[in-house]
Design a protein around this ligand. Structure first.
Ligand code: HEM
Ligand SMILES: [Ca+2]
Length: 604
């Protein structure tokens, strides 16, 4: 089938030719095999929704919880009184403090997993655009280039007033309109480069055609390269090896996932977990062919991940009861069928945006530990961006794996780690303030004013007009800080509001972040025909198998595939404590694969 990615409708050959002439058909057009309602989920996300087969597929548009706010020509909105907004960096300096605080509750594993789990449903492709393609936004020619949206540094900047750095390069978000897939007189919509289903696409489909290159076509496995006894994702064949030959290249073979550290860590883990599961299935079912093992291993791997995501990770952020009440998860562990074919599976702009709030939780110094969990040193996390290959050498993955459950996460508060605030791109840029970019992005995404999101999140039952209307959700000094930089309450921007909101023991993340995440998760679950808890999806689990999947945890995963992990705390997203102390891996529940035994193999 041939579909227009933007409209999600079939495309005829004339349309395809038009895009081909402009060399953009790989973005504007999707090709996929006709749908078969009984087949396994597809790695490219196509045919999940049988009536709208491109929904949730890679290269599809995002949706908006609230309508866009732009001024003329889709430039950022103006303040209520008609002015340009203050510089984003100025607002960041005024509203967020730089500091190295630590969480009393969470381990760094949580920040990395959050980032990885975002990368499964949304993409950070814009980074490459301003790092590789359009690097001149701070030079004179950038001033007149419509693709440029640099962040200028205020005169009296506390870090940069003498550093000579006056501007951080940044580009306008890539959209269907800027790419040429959709008319420029329509609201700019971002292109999501990954499947919006929770299906570990960062492993199974991180680039077009990657899965064919990454499968070993033997025993249902993914290709690996073994370095010092550890196995690493690879597209290695006889002629290309990634890790061994190319240890210093920035773009180590394009066919392994290469992203920020959290993505690199967890895609390596889930890559290994796939093979761990495949090996177990092969032992049990010697008569299965490669394809059968691959499909089952992938399905169990995805289920393991969904179980960790929805029953372990998100409850810590949103509260288990809230998630049950919002019909995101079930309460009794049984099958459940939340699927509704009328729910659109595209990802909300606001979801990808609200998750950026987690930047302030990232401790950008990772403590490294040896196999006995003895402290070694600390490493700058940002130095590992786009350097997946580094994990393979000098025991780096081993030491980090032990570090992510040993070390507390950054504080869930109003501070941001200095590296995130000033060296966010590590060695790839002289200086970069990720939080300034976060704030500025909201303007170019055309996000509605913060107050409108408060209306939305309170189901329009609370009025949000004056600054003081926020007192139920912010401390007086935070309201004062907002007043200091915004003239009118309607000017408050979404990220600024989220930074200012109360965080407490019962709400570790700001209420607006929680609201936006919940609304999206509800839809993510309801729109996924292949949701693992459904009794009636294609190749559904048996009741026994589902009960096994319920035992999946992060701790169990690290015991299964982590380098020399033999003791770990059962709740591995949480800090080690009196109620969550390290135990032997033998005591961590894990999936018993014998429930996948195929008796027909006995006939052989
Ligand atoms: C040291 C760790 C991290 C680094 C170096 C990092 C870096 C970045 C950078 C450079 C961007 C692009 C900014 C832009 O172009 O506007 C970005 C975007 C983003 N990051 Fe992070 N990040 C880190 C941790 C996290 C964590 C823990 C999360 C948790 C959810 C996260 C979620 C996101 C999201 C959702 C985006 C937006 C992507 C988009 O809409 O294009 N990041 N990050
Ligand atoms: Ca996905």
């Amino acid at each position: 089938e041939t579909y227009n990615t933007y409209y999600g409708t079939p495309a005829d050959s004339k349309e395809v030719a038009k895009f081909q002439a402009k060399n953009i058909s790989h973005i504007c057009i999707s090709n996929f095999k006709p749908c078969d309602e009984n087949e396994w989920s597809r790695v490219d996300g196509s045919c999940n929704n049988l009536e709208n087969p491109t929904h949730g597929m890679y290269h599809t548009p995002m949706w908006r919880m609230l309508p866009a706010y732009y001024s003329a020509d889709y430039e950022p909105r103006k303040t209520k009184s008609g002015k340009d907004f203050p510089l984003a960096r100025y607002l960041r300096l005024m509203l967020m403090k730089v500091g190295d605080s630590i969480s009393e509750v969470f381990a760094t594993s949580l920040s990395y997993f959050a980032e990885f789990a975002f990368g499964d449903v949304g993409s950070v492709h814009d980074i490459r655009l301003y790092l590789r393609t359009i690097t001149h936004c701070c030079k004179p020619e950038g001033l007149t280039d419509k693709r440029c949206t640099p962040n200028f540094i205020p005169e009296n900047d506390n870090v940069h007033r003498f550093s000579g750095i006056k501007c951080h390069n940044l580009t306008r978000p890539l959209s269907f309109q800027s790419t040429g897939c959709a008319p420029t007189n329509t609201v700019p919509e971002r292109i999501n480069f990954v499947t919006t289903f929770f299906d570990i696409s960062n492993v199974y489909y991180h680039a077009a055609g990657s899965i064919e290159q990454n499968r070993a076509y033997e025993g249902g496995r993914l290709k690996v390269e073994v370095v010092n006894g550890g196995s690493f994702p690879s597209d290695a064949n006889e002629t290309t090896t990634c890790f061994l030959k190319d240890a210093v290249a920035t773009d180590c073979a394009r066919n392994v996932p290469n992203g920020l550290l959290g993505t690199n860590l967890f895609s390596t883990y889930f890559w290994r977990l796939h093979n761990y599961i495949a090996d177990a299935l092969v032992l049990l079912n010697p008569c299965w062919d490669d394809e059968t093992v691959f499909n089952n291993a992938k399905d169990i791997n995805i289920a393991w991940y969904k179980q960790v995501l929805m029953y372990e990770f998100y409850p810590l952020m949103l509260g288990r009861e809230n998630m049950i009440n919002n019909n995101i998860i079930g309460c009794d562990g049984d099958f459940r069928d939340p699927y509704d074919k009328n729910v659109d599976s595209n990802l909300a702009m606001e979801f990808a945006y609200a998750l950026r709030w987690f930047h302030s939780t990232q401790d950008a110094r990772q403590e490294m530990y040896d196999k006995n969990d003895k402290f070694i040193n600390t490493q700058a996390v940002v130095n590992y961006s786009l350097r997946v290959q580094d994990l393979a050498f000098h025991d780096t993955l081993l030491q980090m794996t032990h570090g992510i459950y040993m070390q507390p996460a950054g504080g869930f508060d109003d501070t941001v780690h200095p590296d995130i605030a000033d060296s966010g791109l590590g060695r790839l840029a002289k200086a970069f303030d990720i939080l300034t970019a976060d704030l500025a992005r909201g303007r170019y995404f055309g996000l509605a004013p913060y107050m409108k999101y408060r209306d939305y999140c309170s189901d329009y039952t609370i009025s949000h007009e004056k600054f003081e209307d926020l007192s139920y959700i912010m401390k007086p000094n935070k309201i004062d800080e907002l007043k200091r930089v915004y003239e009118n309450p309607e000017d408050i921007e979404l990220m600024a509001g989220m930074w200012a909101e109360d965080i407490g023991e019962n709400n570790p993340i700001p209420p607006t972040v929680a609201c936006i995440l919940s609304k999206q998760l509800q839809r993510s679950v309801a729109s996924d025909r292949h949701w693992y808890e459904r009794p009636n999806r294609p190749h559904a689990f048996t009741a026994d198998q589902l009960q096994e999947v319920r035992k999946a945890t992060l701790a169990g995963m690290l015991c299964a595939i982590g380098d020399e992990v033999s003791m770990i705390q059962p709740q591995a997203f949480l800090r080690i404590s009196e109620s969550n102390y390290k135990v032997s891996c033998d005591e961590i529940p894990t999936i018993d694969f014998t429930y996948w035994k195929d008796d027909s193999c006995d006939a052989y």
